[in-house]
Ligand binder design. Structure first.
Ligand code: SF4
Length: 406
């Protein structure tokens, strides 16, 4: 049962209202901090009629760790989803033992590695962990976030910067690779750590933007009339709060030659509450065309909350595309790819790109051979309508565009 309480009516499709999603005001929970969680009972309203209460046991919850433990062992998704997205994120799993406890997994059988965690820490919000099948060590979502010893193996042709991002840096926070488009990176933070990420070894700390640097980047874009599209990337640009995004949007809106703002983000998938009313108003009121490219690799990542987030974006006028990565043990079979495309289309997202794995150190165990990939895409094309078959692409450092494999 869905239990959103924070959205105003404007962006909630009727079918969700019929499912029982309410549009009560956010006044008591918008600013909900950990401390306030400790001192308030949380009201859950479902079906539009029944009200139940989840009382937190104040006497036992003394520290933040107590709270984390409580979140991961006792609160269900319905309750957690009544908290704002930043509070949810602050209680994401960062400890592999707690995660395994939550998922009913024996830590001994997972080939985990503390060295892998040191190189790229574990980070998984509860909203995503909820979709992992409990007790299943081979779950396709689990494989995407579990730090295993295979990450320490060396594979030929793998490096820390497989797509040549560092050579494309024009100034702090600005990458220019392709004609007419620039990549604006103003955060290295994400809501989840995907083990296959091609930027897992990227030196983000050197590219963080302060206000002056952001102004400098905007000036560079303004000075180059060939730039018609800005791609907000990271990290995950939606990790920035709405006020920070509003400032950035205001700067972009003021550049007349700019036509499109594209946002590459995994947040609508991993933490769908990030799609706030404030963010929707920002994109709805923009004078530029807004394209959001979400990142989803498996149909199991799409639950009703994700569906609602995407439909709210759609109703705010956003063009929605998906990019996924072809990953061994996650989506390297016909059923998984077919289900993903069909499920995406059901929630108004067009399957756009399927990326061949970028060869970043630590990700070699996710590799699928080119022959297998081509066979899979041929089978997919024979099964689905053309618009449901994503383009299989690969990115090579120094090339002027992504290379079409299929
Ligand atoms: S959200 Fe995107 S940038 Fe962040 S770790 Fe996952 S794939 Fe990498």
């Amino acid at each position: 049962m869905l239990a959103f309480r924070k959205f105003k009516t404007a962006f909630i499709p009727d079918k969700y209202k019929q499912k029982g999603i309410l549009h009560t005001e956010t006044k008591n929970r918008k600013q909900l901090s950990s401390e306030r969680v400790l001192s308030h009972s949380i009201e859950i309203r479902d079906s539009g009629c029944k009200i139940s209460h989840c009382k937190l046991n104040h006497s036992k919850l003394k520290t933040l760790n107590d709270l984390k433990s409580f979140f991961t062992t006792q609160l269900d998704k319905k309750t957690v989803m009544t908290l704002n997205w930043q509070t949810q994120l602050s209680h994401a799993f960062t400890d592999v033992q707690t995660l395994c406890l939550y998922l009913n997994l024996s830590i001994d059988n997972l080939n985990l590695s503390t060295e892998s965690i040191k190189k790229f820490p574990l980070l998984v919000p509860l909203a995503f962990a909820e979709r992992i099948e409990k007790g299943n060590p081979s779950d396709p979502l689990l494989r995407q976030i579990l730090p295993i010893a295979d990450e320490l193996k060396n594979y030929t042709g793998f490096s820390d910067d497989p797509v040549g991002d560092l050579n494309s840096v024009k100034q702090t926070g600005l990458l220019h690779k392709y004609h007419g488009r620039v990549l604006l990176i103003n955060t290295g933070a994400c809501a989840i750590h995907c083990r296959y990420c091609f930027r897992r070894n990227f030196p983000y700390a050197d590219l963080q933007l302060n206000k002056q640097q952001e102004n400098d980047v905007l000036q560079t874009i303004q000075n180059d009339e060939s730039i018609q599209e800005v791609i907000l990337s990271g990290g995950d640009p939606l990790i920035l709060n709405d006020a920070r995004l509003a400032r950035l949007f205001a700067g972009l809106e003021a550049i007349p030659t700019l036509k499109r703002i594209r946002i590459h983000t995994r947040l609508p998938i991993v933490l769908p509450d990030r799609i706030t009313d404030e963010f929707l108003m920002l994109v709805k009121n923009s004078t530029k065309k807004i394209v959001i490219v979400v990142h989803c690799n498996h149909a199991n990542e799409i639950d009703d909350y994700v569906a609602l987030a995407c439909e709210r974006l759609k109703s705010a006028g956003v063009t929605l595309l998906n990019q996924s990565v072809l990953l061994f043990g996650v989506n390297d079979n016909l059923e998984a790819l077919s289900d993903l495309s069909k499920r995406l289309f059901e929630i108004d997202v067009l399957p756009y790109y399927l990326h061949f794995l970028d060869k970043a150190n630590g990700t070699g165990h996710f590799q699928v051979s080119k022959e297998e990939a081509l066979a899979l895409l041929t089978a997919l094309q024979n099964r689905l309508s053309g618009y449901l078959v994503p383009k299989l692409v690969t990115e090579q450092a120094g090339e002027l565009a992504k290379q079409l494999v299929f």
